[in-house]
Design a protein around this ligand. Structure first.
Ligand code: NAD
Length: 291
């Protein structure tokens, strides 16, 4: 059992923190919004009034924040983790951010005697609720081993993929596959409906063949029903496509499909769908098709 400070109790963080409580850890959480803190208290954790209180006495600090600027504020800010965590603290950042930011956080942490891992996750809200996330980890091997009890409580598939920042490159690769899959599932639904075939039966039979995917398994019903409550917001996927595009540029590779998906997601935001689930790419394909 560890004493854990958990910062960022949103769609993903709240169920992850609750699983850590269930696994026997002593979890103190902080979020700028009260909803997630209330959920943690209801699950048996404790509320903190800010980052310093969340990390006070913690052996492990966990962060699950939306974007780079939030991670920078929480780590580098005047009341931040770097100022307040005790030397030796293991910091696990589950947020999806740019690899360069993860590297900067890890280097600054190292200078203060902290051990920082980037550990972005895949599996969505359902994966967090069911504690079956895939966790892609960058950082020192010994620190990854030390984080095992936390990873086991929230995830099922864990891999160390390299040093600091490496987890974020793998997450960028994951997100371009997820975005591309949603775009093509949306196109398949629009085609079947426009052709007047039974799209519901069609998508079911597709899900049993080579085109099977977890996205089809989990989201085909809600897409057919046009239910787009997040889940994973278009705004966050837009951020992730920016990370993937920048990573491709710095790696010197051409990813044409990623570029197209990034533009579709940008179109979704431009049409005002930013706070809907990323499955709302279906609405963009419908708009393009005049439907
Ligand atoms: P979210 O917006 O629901 O949760 C983030 C939480 O961080 C919010 O509750 C917000 O109030 C809090 N926060 C922001 N700034 C803060 C600060 N300075 N101090 C304390 N709390 C602060 O987002 P989410 O969907 O849980 O996603 C979190 C991260 O996980 C993102 O990087 C996202 O890309 C990634 N992710 C999300 C999913 C998903 O399906 N939702 C799946 C995999 C990865």
């Amino acid at each position: 059992m560890s004493k854990i400070g958990f910062i960022g109790l949103g769609i993903m963080g709240a169920p992850m923190a609750a699983h850590l409580v269930r696994a026997g850890h002593d979890v103190t959480g902080y979020d700028v919004a009260p909803k997630g803190v209330d959920a943690l208290v209801a699950a048996g954790g404790e509320a903190a009034s800010g980052v310093p209180a969340a990390v006070a006495g913690a052996e492990v600090v966990v962060t699950m924040l939306p974007q780079d600027e939030h991670v920078e504020a929480v780590y580098f800010g005047p009341d931040g983790v770097l100022e307040n965590a005790a030397p030796g603290t293991l910091c696990i950042d589950f947020s999806t951010i740019r690899p360069e930011t993860s590297i900067r956080v890890a280097e600054a942490g190292r200078e203060r005697g902290l051990r920082v891992l980037d550990a972005p996750v895949s599996g969505g809200e359902k994966g967090a609720q069911d504690a079956v996330l895939s966790i892609m980890v960058g950082g020192d091997e010994a620190d990854v081993a030390a984080a095992a009890p936390v990873f086991e409580a929230v995830g099922r598939t864990v891999a160390r993929v390299g040093g600091s920042g490496a987890g974020q490159y793998v997450k960028a690769a994951n997100q371009l596959i997820v975005g591309g899959t949603y775009a093509l599932v949306a196109e398949a639904i629009v085609l079947m409906e426009a052709a007047g075939v039974d799209a519901r039966a069609g998508i079911d039979v597709i899900a049993g063949g080579l085109a099977a995917s977890r996205i089809l398994d989990l989201k085909r019903e809600s897409m057919l029903d046009r239910e787009f409550a997040p889940g994973f917001r278009i705004d966050l996927h837009h951020k992730d496509m920016g990370i993937a595009t920048a990573a491709a540029r710095s790696a010197g590779v051409s990813l044409p499909m990623t570029g197209m998906v990034a533009q579709l997601i940008a179109a979704a935001r431009a049409r005002g769908y930013g706070s809907l689930d990323h499955s709302a790419l279906l609405k963009v394909v419908e708009d393009l098709s005049g439907r």
